[in-house]
Design a protein. Structure first.
Length: 242
């Protein structure tokens, strides 16, 4: 339980679901942890769950200018950063005719544009070596109705696992991605999609658990994955095999 001993980690969207469980696992593995979120109630709830040793920063993933402020706060607290988990995101699902430019831009800003500029802002403080784990989605691979913008934003983020790897590996920064399928988190409660209909599309016949994803993130963030670069780990109960 010390695979991340002494590592300094930032987890965006770390107040609920996969992000919160990842923060919990990182602490168990010996890491110093910072998390971000946007809602005061979930920020406070995460503080109660994780304890006062965790650095909690109110930060909006879709605010490009705010990424510089976040990077400054992390630099002041940790000096250097060993691990970045890009987990903040939204899943706005709607049919094509229901989209407008404001909603489109919001999804792209939170799921792709903000994370892109966060990595840029953090470059001066990444340690050598360092690891980045991008939380994408199985929707990058399947043609699920109403997921057009969400899937496109996550596919763009997934692409960074390879392009950033080619660009940043010489600096000692590994980049990998995880692509979860249906996971039992508050994010899925907001979809409004019948859970039975979703489960019927999963060969494992259940939703995944946030802990199952967090365990994979621990591996990719740890030195055990030192030779894993530009990879995608799909955690979807077989959904993408259908």
């Amino acid at each position: 339980m010390n695979r991340l001993q002494g590592k300094r980690a930032l987890i965006t969207g770390g107040t609920t679901g996969i992000g919160l469980e990842t923060a919990r696992r990182f602490l168990q593995e010996g890491a110093r942890v910072a998390i971000t979120g946007t809602r005061s109630e979930t920020l406070e709830s995460a503080r109660k769950t994780l304890g006062d040793d965790v650095l909690i920063v109110a930060s909006d993933s879709g605010d490009v200018s705010g990424q510089q402020s976040l990077a400054k706060a992390i630099g002041q607290a940790f000096g250097e950063l060993d691990i970045l988990v890009v987990n903040a995101g939204i899943a706005d699902l709607r049919p094509l005719e229901s989209w407008d430019e404001v909603a489109f831009d919001r999804s792209l800003a939170i799921n792709f544009k903000g994370p892109f500029f966060l990595v840029q802002a953090l470059l001066p403080i990444f340690a050598t070596p360092a690891a980045i784990v991008l939380t994408t989605s199985i929707n990058s691979h399947i043609g699920m109705p109403t997921s057009s913008v969400y899937a496109a934003s996550k596919a763009a983020l997934l692409s960074l696992a390879k392009t950033f790897s080619g660009e940043l590996l010489a600096r000692g920064i590994r980049v990998n991605a995880i692509s979860p399928g249906p996971i039992a988190t508050p994010l899925h409660d907001k979809h409004g999609m019948p859970k039975d209909a979703i489960v019927a599309q999963v060969p494992a016949r259940r939703f995944g658990d946030a802990a199952e994803v967090a365990q994979a993130i621990v591996f990719l963030a740890s030195d055990e994955a030192a030779f894993t670069v530009g990879s995608e780990l799909v955690i979807d109960g077989g959904m993408s095999t259908l």
